[in-house]
Design a protein around this ligand. Structure first.
Ligand SMILES: CC(C)(COP(=O)(O)OP(=O)(O)OC[C@H]1O[C@@H](n2cnc3c(N)ncnc32)[C@H](O)[C@@H]1OP(=O)(O)O)[C@@H](O)C(=O)NCCC(=O)NCCS
Length: 144
């Protein structure tokens, strides 16, 4: 059995460890401890972890900008996949966001991450082909 609870700053090391060991997940400067704590403080109660057998086995982070919700870093340890844990974590995010009036959410997925794409499409999320996402990085922040 697993237990879902809100992610706290104390979970940082375990979450980064989970992400670092997972192919398809990119760890950036924006995932520093300082940035992650800032994100959690700006978006209280919207990121979650799942504890399984006394260890942190899964995580998801979410937040919003007042209009739209954004999910990121959904990871489940390989041993615990296909038990509905990702779906339960995402539902917690969507439910909390809905409570704040946020009814539409986005997630970025690397085109090379076929497994993640299969997951999101299977959950009814729509692949956007009508939008090009542009990003801009200030000089000196190549891994932003
Ligand atoms: C994608 C991921 C989060 C799914 O986690 P999970 O806990 O196994 O997902 P769930 O058990 O909630 O899956 C629910 C349903 O999604 C679909 N699904 C899940 N993983 C799938 C996969 N690899 N391929 C196709 N469909 C998949 C299935 O329909 C599944 O239901 P089923 O098990 O009854 O068939 C997990 O595989 C993972 O951590 N992958 C590596 C990290 C990653 O790529 N994260 C996404 C970044 S955007």
């Amino acid at each position: 059995m697993y237990k879902i609870r809100p992610m706290t700053a104390d979970d940082y090391d375990s979450v980064i460890d989970l992400m670092t060991r997972t192919p398809g997940i990119s760890v950036r400067d924006a995932d520093s401890r300082e940035s992650t704590v800032r994100y959690l403080e700006r978006n209280p109660g919207l990121s979650f972890v799942a504890e399984i057998g006394g260890r942190l086995g899964a995580c998801v982070m979410s937040g919003h900008d007042g209009r739209r919700g954004y999910l990121q870093h959904l990871v489940v340890l390989p041993d615990y996949r296909r038990r509905g844990i990702a779906t339960a974590l995402v539902e917690r995010c969507l439910s909390e966001l809905e409570g704040l009036g946020i009814l539409k959410c986005h997630i970025d997925v690397f085109k090379t991450n076929a497994q993640a794409s299969a997951y999101w499409e299977g959950q009814g999320w729509t692949l956007r082909t009508d939008i090009n996402r542009y990003s801009f990085v200030r000089t000196g922040a190549e891994n932003a």
